[in-house]
Structure formats: C-alpha cells, structure tokens
Ligand binder design. Structure first.
Ligand code: ZN
Length: 261
C-alpha cells in the first residue's frame, strides 16, 4: 500500500505575493505533493491553513502516515488545539517533516521544547548542502554535496535540541553554516527538519531537494498501528503488581483515581 502523505501548506504568500505565485503557480504544497506522486510508493494530498480545522481534522490525521509542514507568515494563526492534535499523532507514531521556516511552526516548537531560533538573511545566496551521515536513508541516491543557486541564509546557532543524527549541513556564500537536515524521535514518531525552501526561490522544483523529501517520507513512515492514547498515564494497583507486594507507608492517592495532570 502506498504511504499516505499529507502536505500542509500555509498558502498565504502564494496568494498574496506575485513573485511566489510565479515561482509556484501550483502552490508550494501542490508542487511538493505532485513531485511525490510521480512515485507510486506515495499517495500525497494537500491541505491548507484556510481549510476547516486547518485541514487537520481527526479523520485526516488518522489517514496520514507522514505529514509535511511548510509555514512562514501565519504560524500564530494555527489554533493550539490543532497543534495538540498533530503532536498527539506524532507521539502516537505519525511521521512528520518540517520544511524551512517551519522551524518556528507551533507543532515543531512544541515537539522540540526549545526556541528553535536562528540567524537569517534574504540575499539570494548560493547554498551548498553537504551529506554528513553517509548511507543514511534520507541521503540515499544523493551526491556528497549539492547546491541551490539562490536561497535564504539560515545560520547557526540553531536553537534546537541535539538531534539523533545530522544528515546535512549547509554552507552559505556569506560564510555562515547551518545544520540543515536533522532527525528526531518524539514518542513513537519520527521527525525530520529540512532547511531549504524559501518561497521566492524555485527550491521545491530542484531534483535533489525532491529526492531528499521523498527519502525522508520513506524514512519517517512507521508501518505499525498508531498509538491512540499516547498521553495515557495509567496507575497499576498493588494487587496487579507482577510480584506480590504489601502496601506500606503513607499514601496520597485513592485507589482507582486518575492522578494529577
Ligand atoms: Zn524563508
């Protein structure tokens, strides 16, 4: 069965900015989904910020194996209850890929538990990405380095927790460097952050970038059944202990109660 991918697009600059509309006549999320759908291994669909519940209904999330998230201008418009729903799904095993300016997306910040800040400059610089984890599944089929002629600069320090693995680092013409491909695991969910993708440049039309995203979807996909209540914190009473024990000492909780949250 094909991996069900949902590409979440903020869909603001494609509608408001002429340059972006010209670079991405099919929108950014539409371009990313179309590239994935050239491979029968994927069944990619799109949703946007403007859809009811930002397209992230419980039904849609249940039908999503891997979520791709691109946002920039309207992070604050994403409702917190939707952020919690997305994070619950990730903790339960849904894969997720955050692209470019989604470093400040609410679900990314919630999952990282860190400021996720960086330095930046919009000057159309050349970006050179280097593979730092040879034979990593996300780097499969890529050269040891590749270039994007025009990109926005993101520079270190990147305010994220130390990743599981750094798959790419980027060098920019102005001299900065950046950890541009990072993997994480949160709960049962695989997370990949990938840096390139400023909306005024044709980054998502680039074959190497498309290859990274396609590899990352396959890497993030978890074929096991989603954990439906990843926040459960059940109490195991004395009589159900695996080895017989006798209760002793003072007690704060009553038998059968849920505990504090
Ligand atoms: Zn940008």
């Amino acid at each position: 069965m094909a991996i069900r991918v949902t590409v979440w697009g903020e869909n603001v600059h494609e509608q408001k900015n002429k340059v972006v509309a010209e670079v991405y006549p099919k929108t950014m999320h539409g371009t990313i989904a179309a590239a994935l759908n050239t491979d029968p291994a994927f069944a990619a669909t799109t949703v946007t910020l403007q859809d009811p519940e930002h397209g992230m209904t419980a039904e849609k999330i249940a039908e999503t194996d891997v979520l791709i998230w691109w946002g920039h201008a309207a992070h604050g418009q994403v409702e917190d209850k939707i952020v919690e729903r997305v994070c619950d799904a990730v903790w339960g095993g849904m894969g997720v890929i955050f692209l470019h300016s989604a470093h400040f997306a609410k679900p990314f910040k919630r999952l990282m538990g860190a400021p996720c800040n960086l330095t930046w400059r919009e000057a159309g610089e050349r970006e050179r990405l280097w593979v730092t984890s040879r034979q990593h599944p996300i780097a499969q089929g890529l050269p040891d380095h590749f270039e994007l002629e025009n990109e926005e600069m993101y520079g270190e320090p990147f305010g994220v927790p130390e990743p599981l693995e750094t798959v790419f680092i980027s060098w920019f013409q102005g001299g900065e460097v950046f950890r541009s491909g990072l993997t994480y695991r949160r709960g049962a969910g695989n997370i990949f952050y990938f840096r390139p993708g400023h909306e005024t440049y044709p980054t998502y039309h680039d074959a190497n970038v498309q290859k990274v995203i396609s590899n990352a979807v396959k890497w993030a996909y978890n074929p096991q059944a989603r954990i439906l209540n990843p926040n459960d914190a059940p109490n195991t009473p004395v009589e159900k202990a695996l080895e017989p024990i006798t209760e002793r000492g003072p007690r704060l909780h009553h038998a059968g109660e849920k505990g504090f949250r």
